[in-house]
Design a protein around this ligand. Structure first.
Ligand SMILES: C[S@@+](CC[C@H](N)C(=O)[O-])C[C@H]1O[C@@H](n2cnc3c(N)ncnc32)[C@H](O)[C@@H]1O
Length: 316
């Protein structure tokens, strides 16, 4: 059985918002019969219900369950390999964790089945885990040779290879521009289209070298960085899943329950920020007027955390 390799980010901040809760709670507590919201601050009782939509290798989940021994947690992941690592890691909490192999976008169904409606907190820690880039055969890394895969769930139908070899130039350019924020999107898309006429593009290094041959390196960043990001987002429909899930999680939170989301690129962060703004004063109150980022110390010890952004909102 593989051991955890992923270091969870912003752990103290997640615990502060979901467990310690020093800020004023704005809504009434669970099951309150009165109309008047009971203002109450501080740590909540321990019999909590939490959802971890991206349980990964269970790093955050372990910390949450350790901090709230009476808590029950429903965890989701699309990647069965990560999920099996989380399962082993969370074993010691006996009945505390229920893990489901599915997208968090389907949380509603599972939440009803397992009695996780009216939850106290939802955590999302978006994107890929270290295991994905560290294992060349998953196809996420442009530094190591591997198949052009990039699926979190290997049962998924679309791989990066499918997209690269079958989408037309405009569709490829669109994802490179929108999901990768790649200025040379059209040039790269045309180069891929031309190259695949002579030979199918099947590996990570084949694609990375092709991209590097048509655009110049910008500083320290590898020329294929944005193209690989775009492909990963497209293969896993990451923005679509997030957009569908945000209202679902609001529905599943009890009044006073909190939604905490860690994202790693501006497209996701923008979507989260806009969603919270659109619900402000209606179903949600933002608790992070300014986005929360890791300390310099955390970035030094875990460089992958450098682009992490945390936003938290409370259900009204
Ligand atoms: C950054 S990692 C989470 C790490 C986790 N918090 C930990 O501490 O180990 C993100 C995880 O989300 C999973 N994932 C990505 N999209 C998902 C989705 N739509 N539904 C469920 N899991 C997803 C990935 O497979 C990956 O394991």
């Amino acid at each position: 059985m593989a051991e955890p390799t992923h270091i969870p980010v912003l752990v103290n901040e997640v615990l502060r918002y979901l467990v310690e809760r020093p800020e004023q709670q704005v809504a009434s507590s669970r099951g309150a019969g009165s109309d008047a919201p009971t203002q109450h601050t501080g740590r909540l009782p321990e019999e909590q219900l939490l959802i971890d939509g991206t349980v990964g290798q269970g790093g955050h989940a372990e910390q949450l369950l350790a901090a709230l021994p009476g808590c029950r947690l429903l965890g989701f992941d699309r990647d069965p390999v990560n999920l099996s690592i989380a399962k082993k890691r969370l074993e010691r909490f006996s009945d505390g964790a229920t893990l489901v192999h599915d997208s968090y976008a389907n949380a509603s169904h599972h939440a009803y089945v397992h009695g996780f409606t009216q939850v106290d907190g939802v955590l999302l820690d978006l994107g890929f885990s270290s295991a994905h880039v560290d294992e060349p055969e998953r196809g996420f890394s442009f530094m190591q040779e591997g198949p052009l895969d990039m699926r979190y769930d290997r049962d998924g139908e679309v791989t990066a290879e499918t997209i690269i070899n079958s989408w037309n130039v405009d569709d490829l350019a669109h994802i490179f521009r929108v999901y990768g924020e790649e200025p040379a999107a059209q040039v790269i898309a045309k180069a891929i289209y031309a190259a695949r006429k002579t030979e199918r593009i099947t590996t990570t290094l084949q694609l990375a070298e092709l991209v590097a041959s048509v655009i110049r390196r910008r500083g320290k960043i590898h020329p294929a960085t944005r193209v690989f990001q775009a492909l990963r987002i497209a293969v896993n429909d990451e923005l679509g899943e997030l957009e569908r899930a945000l209202p679902v999680f609001v529905e599943l939170l009890r009044p006073g329950g909190r939604l905490a989301i860690i994202s790693f690129h501006s497209l996701e962060d923008r979507m989260i920020k806009r969603f919270i703004l659109s619900q402000e004063g209606n179903t949600l109150q933002s608790l992070t007027k300014h986005v929360i980022t890791p300390s310099e110390e955390e970035i030094r010890s875990n460089p992958r955390s450098r682009s992490a952004k945390l936003r938290v909102a409370e259900r009204l």
